[in-house]
Write a protein that binds this ligand. Structure first.
Ligand SMILES: NC(=O)c1ccc[n+]([C@@H]2O[C@H](COP(=O)([O-])OP(=O)(O)OC[C@H]3O[C@@H](n4cnc5c(N)ncnc54)[C@H](O)[C@@H]3O)[C@@H](O)[C@H]2O)c1
Length: 256
């Protein structure tokens, strides 16, 4: 799909990878509708992008919040062709820690935002895309880009909930691509390695150093703009579908 004049609905768009995708898409001539829990930050970032950006605040796991935001995006820009699902949270906690077994409420929260939130947004965006006319000779109507993590494959100690949430995103990629094939909608998941975003920068320096040590080449954290490169490529390459792409400079996380 050519990105110029298309509209992207991007979650987690106030910060990090989602924000980088929004900035790149606008630079490439698209319109973006930015959705995030952080109302102040998402409105500031949308304003900075000018009249090609709209915004709404809400929770990806809340049906009403997402429906209202999609309605607003469609009334503002007329359609949704691209959906990038970058909203996500991380929280460490061992299965049995010093305080006892991991509270189920903590496990539920991560699954609810990362996995159920991603599915909630993509199903509602896909319904909107399916109702629109096709945009090219392939009869393409939409592209969905999910964000998992390499923790889906080699999660660290304390990452049971996070890894499960991202593993769910990896596993649902193919069946969703199959579900949406007849509607002309592609689904691709990116599994990032270690990226320099507020989420990662919040980790203690020794943790960051240990993670960077496991990267092959280039031996540094990824830049959010490199995630944006990938997201743009996924949108533009019509033959890419039902796949999960590790974007990780060859990192394979070992046990600590
Ligand atoms: N940074 C990394 O190294 C890395 C690595 C692998 C995967 N990821 C994944 O990439 C995605 C983006 O992460 P990031 O590093 O840009 O983080 P970030 O914290 O910079 O941005 C995440 C954004 O999501 C928003 N958000 C959180 N919960 C939400 C909710 N319930 N509803 C709506 N918005 C919500 C936050 O307000 C924030 O603006 C996440 O899914 C994360 O798990 C990041």
């Amino acid at each position: 799909m050519q990105i110029g004049e298309k509209t992207a609905f991007i979650t987690g768009a106030a910060s990090g990878l989602g924000l980088a995708a929004a900035q790149r898409f606008v630079a490439e001539g698209a319109r973006v509708f930015m959705f995030d829990l952080d109302a102040e930050r998402v409105s500031d970032q949308a304003r900075a992008l000018g009249d090609r950006a709209g915004w709404a605040s809400g929770d990806v796991s809340n049906e009403q919040d997402v429906k209202a935001a999609i309605d607003k995006a469609v009334s503002q820009f007329g359609a949704i062709h691209i959906n990038v699902n970058s909203a996500g949270i991380g929280s460490a906690g061992k299965t049995v820690g010093r305080e006892g077994p991991l509270p189920l409420v903590q496990f539920n929260r991560i699954i609810n935002v990362n996995l159920i939130g991603t599915f909630n947004v993509l199903r509602l965006c896909a319904a909107q895309m399916a109702s629109q006319t096709a945009v090219n000779d392939d009869n393409e109507r939409g592209v969905i880009v999910n964000v998992a993590s390499v923790a889906a494959y080699d999660g660290q100690m304390g990452q049971a909930a996070y890894s499960a949430s991202k593993g769910g995103i990896v596993s649902m990629t193919l069946p969703i691509a199959r579900d949406l094939a007849r509607s002309g909608i592609r689904v691709v998941t990116v599994a990032p390695g270690i990226f320099s975003t507020p989420l990662m920068e919040a980790s203690p320096q020794p943790v960051k150093d240990a993670l960077v040590d496991m990267i092959q080449f280039p031996k540094r954290m990824g830049a959010p703009s490199e995630f944006a490169d990938m997201a743009l490529n996924i949108v533009q390459c019509n033959y890419l579908n039902g796949e999960v792409i590790r974007l990780d400079a060859g990192i394979r996380m070992s046990a600590r």
